[in-house]
Design a protein around this ligand. Structure first.
Ligand code: FA5
Length: 342
C-alpha cells in the first residue's frame, strides 16, 4: 500500500516538475513535497506502521523517490536559470558594430582664455598675478588714483555706486593703491578681473574685463620708452609679430604722461568700418608713467621710485584675437557662438 503511494507520488511530482516554468514553481513543488506537511514527509511517517523486517526495503524505496525528486528539481532549476540568463542576454544585447555616440567636449570661454594667455605672457616677463575686490571703496577706485570727489575726470567713467563710499570698480587700476600699500618696491604685478561701467554699444559692455599692469622701480630704471617697449612686446606676443600698433597721447589723472594704444580693427583690418567708426583702429588700452602723487598717496617715496602702469581691455583683446564684431556675443551664452570659439 505505502509502496504504491510512493510510486504514484513520484510519477505525479516528476510530471509537475516537468511542467514547472519558473523558480517560484520549483520552490512551490519543493515545499509541497518536502515541507513539514509535504507529501513525502507524510508518507515517510507511515514507516511506523511497516513491519520491522520490511522497513529496510521500504526505507530504501523512500530514499530512491526522494533522490529522484531532488535530482529532477535541481535539473529543472538549472534549466530555468539558464533560460532566464539567455533571455536577459538577448534583451541586453549590445551591437558593438554600431558607431559610438560622440562625447561633447566643453571648452573655456574666450575671455578666461585671453586672461590665461596674457597672464602667462606677463609671468614670463617677471610679473606676479594678484587679485582685488570687484565691489570697491571710492577711495581705492578713485581717490588713491588721484581722482578726488567732484574731479571732472570722474565723468570719463560712468560708475555704478552702491552708496556714496562704495562702487562697483570701474577699473582694475583700483588694485594699484592696495598693492603699493603692502608691497616693497621694486615689484611688477598684473591684476586681471571684472570691471563695471554704465556703457553699452558694439565695443562697450556694462560688465567687461581689464588687466592692470604696474611696475615700480628705482627712478632711473623707468621711462616712457620702457613702457612702450614692454607694451610692444606684450602686443606682439599676443597678436603676432606683424600686428599694427598705434600709440596716442591721452589723459588719466593717475599717469603723467599718459598714452592710449590702438590695434588694427578686427572687422575691417584697418580699412575703416562702423565698428571702428571709420578709423581702422580699435582702442585697446590706456597706460602711462605713474603720477608721483599716486605714489605718495600710497606711501611710496616718489623721489626714489618711479613706475609705469597699463590697463588692457580684455574683451576688446578677445574681439581682436577672434575677429568678433560685437562685444555682446561674449555675454549672450549662445552655444553656436561659443562652439566656434573652441
Ligand atoms: C582705464 O580704465 C585706465 N584705468 C587704464 C589705465 C591703467 C591707464 C593704468 C593708465 C594706467 P580706459 O577707461 O580707457 O582706461 O579703459 C581701458 C580699456 O578698457 C579701454 O581701452 C577699453 O579697451 C576697455 N574698456 C573701457 N570701457 C569699456 C567697456 N564699457 N566695455 C568694454 N571695454 C571697455
Amino acid at each position: 500500500m505505502l509502496l504504491d503511494e510512493l510510486k504514484d507520488t513520484q510519477v505525479q511530482v516528476l510530471s509537475e516538475i516537468a511542467a514547472a516554468a519558473t523558480n517560484k514553481d520549483i520552490n512551490d513543488i519543493r515545499v509541497k513535497v518536502f515541507g513539514k506537511s509535504g507529501v513525502l514527509t507524510t508518507l515517510s511517517r507511515g514507516m511506523r506502521d511497516v513491519a520491522p523486517e520490511e522497513r529496510p526495503k521500504v526505507g530504501a524505496i523512500i530514499n530512491e523517490v526522494k533522490v529522484a525528486i531532488e535530482e529532477a528539481l535541481s535539473a529543472k532549476q538549472a534549466e530555468v536559470e539558464n533560460a532566464e540568463l539567455l533571455s536577459k542576454l538577448e534583451s541586453e544585447k549590445v551591437d558593438i558594430t554600431e558607431p559610438a555616440q560622440g562625447v561633447e567636449k566643453g571648452a573655456l570661454h574666450p575671455i578666461p582664455r585671453v586672461i590665461d594667455k596674457l597672464c602667462d605672457i606677463c609671468v614670463g616677463l617677471g610679473f606676479s598675478v594678484v587679485e582685488g575686490p570687484e565691489v570697491e571703496s571710492d577711495y581705492y577706485n578713485f581717490e588713491a588714483m588721484n581722482t578726488p570727489k567732484n574731479h571732472p575726470s570722474r565723468d570719463m567713467q560712468d560708475s555704478f555706486f552702491v552708496n556714496e563710499e562704495i562702487v562697483l570698480r570701474t577699473q582694475t587700476s583700483a588694485v594699484q593703491g592696495r598693492e603699493m600699500e603692502v608691497r616693497k618696491p621694486p615689484f611688477k604685478i598684473v591684476c586681471p578681473g571684472k570691471t563695471y561701467r554704465n556703457d553699452s554699444d558694439a565695443t562697450h559692455s556694462p560688465v567687461f574685463h581689464q588687466l592692470e599692469g604696474l611696475v615700480i622701480e628705482e627712478g632711473d630704471k623707468v621711462s616712457l620708452a620702457d613702457l612702450k617697449s614692454m607694451l610692444t612686446i606684450l602686443m606682439k606676443r599676443l597678436y603676432g609679430e606683424d600686428t599694427e600698433i598705434r600709440f596716442r597721447p591721452s589723459f588719466f589723472p593717475f599717469t603723467e604722461p599718459s598714452i592710449e594704444v590702438d590695434v588694427s580693427c578686427p572687422t575691417c583690418h584697418g580699412k575703416g568700418c562702423s565698428l571702428c567708426k571709420g578709423t581702422g583702429m580699435l582702442e585697446l588700452l590706456g597706460a602711462g608713467i605713474v603720477n608721483p602723487k599716486v605714489l605718495e598717496l600710497s606711501g611710496i617715496d616718489s623721489k626714489k621710485y618711479r613706475g609705469f602702469a597699463f590697463g588692457f581691455g580684455l574683451d576688446r583683446t578677445a574681439m581682436i584675437l577672434n575677429s568678433i564684431g560685437n562685444i555682446k556675443y561674449f555675454y549672450k551664452n549662445d552655444k553656436r557662438f561659443l562652439e566656434q570659439m573652441k
